[in-house]
Write a new protein. Structure first.
Length: 462
């Protein structure tokens, strides 16, 4: 054990009501919105094939030129109630919204910089309006904050001189002030999602990452903080130098998921974030961004894989420069939402199905312990994402578990199955509909004698 002052706390996995609620939510909406939504990936006629929110950097735009975009941040199509309704219809239970991305522009009127919505034509507290709208729909709210800041003159990528140290300390004071300001202005938020913490300057300030986490939690008891904030005394990130997770959940899965069979990841809470477009988080108005845009079935498959491995999925939306949602993203939200309306029981309040190995044709989930009641714990959901060419689904039952019945979750019809032996059931795969089908498996402790009985009535016992 390495002695650390700014490593993981001794608490281990959180089991308080706020953390349990976050875990049970399973599905959140990420929103990347800022000035970058206005140029939307194209600067002076040149479309740059990389994330729209990186355009200032990728197109070498000066602070002054980029700052001038604030005059065009006019909110013509901005309807936060519509954003919130769309998220709710989709089945998301929380939202994580960019308060300040790498370009430094703030969606709230911060007292610590002029580069904010206060300097736009409306002068409105856009962030406050968004948070109110989502809360009105019953969704929890989390604040994304980029520590990396291309606008602030004191930001440093590395500390190479005393001057750098002095400047970066000033920068960290600025970030501290802004974060405490956010906590003060929006005390109902459930958590903070830190980003832009990978540079040497931040890694050399593990103490700051530790202290700001503590201070935010003092201001907002129960606040949930992602591991991406944290570095320890030695600059180790996410996990400290002893291998313990820092922050409340791991946030390293970005545009990728753990392997379907790797249930070892479920020892921690984790959240994966995913783009709908090829690889842009902010609105990117281009054929490039559309290439490889996810379908509703792909999103549901990712969600199923995530829940089966004990994680949350944070699905990103990039509203347009006028504040309206892209119609293609609303359409996707509604198709995912139609599926969730029928099958959400396999996602919300669910987690890994202990003992149920990855079957290849889909994912198993089970109600979380916290939701346990005798009835609900007797249920496993099988989310069928890949129908085998044989047309047959084979279900390998964990030792000591018997299958009592199978129902299709969408229309609640009974599905017949046969037992090959005490540990193996088979049934006809559901018809392909273009979206995953969920089967509710009713289970019970196996009769201790069952292994001795020949379950196949077509085979005579001798
Ligand atoms: C960061 C941002 O740079 C990006 O704009 C977006 O906000 C995204 C959610 O987060 O991008 C990252 C962060 C971490 C990794 C990759 C891209 N990573 O750990 O591989």
């Amino acid at each position: 054990m390495i002695e650390l002052r700014y490593g993981a706390g001794p608490e281990g996995r959180r089991q308080d009501p706020t953390m349990r609620a976050f875990r049970a939510d399973r599905f959140g909406q990420f929103v990347h919105w800022g000035l970058y939504a206005i140029p939307a990936g194209t600067w002076q006629g040149r479309t740059i094939e990389f994330a729209a929110e990186f355009l200032m950097h990728s197109a070498h735009v000066s602070r002054e030129e980029w700052g001038a975009l604030a005059a065009d941040f006019t909110l013509e199509g901005f309807d936060p109630a519509e954003w919130a309704r769309t998220a709710k219809r989709m089945g998301a239970r929380y939202v994580t919204i960019t308060t300040k991305h790498h370009d430094g522009f703030c969606l709230w009127p911060s007292a610590y910089t002029d580069f904010s919505v206060a300097a736009t034509p409306s002068g409105r507290d856009v962030l406050g309006e968004i948070l109110d709208a989502y809360r009105a729909e019953g969704l929890a709210t989390h604040l994304y904050y980029s520590v990396l800041d291309w606008h602030h003159p004191d930001w440093r990528y590395a500390i190479e001189s005393d001057d750098d140290r002095v400047a970066f300390d000033r920068y960290l004071d600025f970030a501290t002030n802004q974060l405490l300001e956010l906590a003060e202005r929006y005390p109902q938020v459930r958590g903070f999602w830190f980003d832009g913490t990978w540079d040497e300057s931040v890694k050399a300030n593990g103490r700051w990452t530790h202290e700001i986490e503590q201070r935010l939690k003092q201001r907002i008891p129960g606040a949930i903080v992602n591991s991406r904030l944290r570095a320890d005394d030695r600059g180790a990130r996410h996990f400290d130098s002893n291998g313990s997770l820092m922050g409340d959940y791991e946030s390293g899965y970005e545009r990728r998921l753990p392997a379907p069979w790797d249930r070892s990841v479920a020892v921690h809470d984790w959240e994966a974030c995913a783009t709908l477009t090829q690889a842009s988080w902010g609105f990117h108005d281009s054929a490039w961004a559309e290439r490889g845009r996810k379908t509703p079935a792909q999103v549901v498959e990712q969600l199923a894989q995530t829940v089966s491995l004990g994680g949350n999925l944070l699905l990103n939306f990039g509203p347009r420069g006028d504040g309206s949602l892209a119609p293609v993203e609303v359409a996707l939200a509604d198709e995912v939402g139609a599926w969730m309306a029928m099958n959400g029981a396999a996602v919300h309040g669910s987690g890994p199905a202990e003992g149920w190995d990855y079957p290849g044709w889909g994912f198993y989930t089970m109600p979380l312990q916290a939701e346990e009641s005798a009835e609900r714990s007797a249920l496993v959901h099988a989310i069928v994402t890949r129908i085998p060419v044989s047309g047959i689904l084979t279900i390998a039952l964990p030792p000591g578990v018997a299958l009592r019945g199978v129902r299709a979750l969408d229309d609640d019809t009974a599905v017949s199955f046969t037992e090959l032996d005490a540990h193996t059931a088979q049934l006809a795969a559901p018809a392909a509909t273009g979206m995953p089908t969920v089967l509710a498996l009713e289970i019970a402790p196996a009769d201790p004698e069952s292994g001795l009985r020949e379950p196949n009535p077509d085979v005579a016992l001798v």
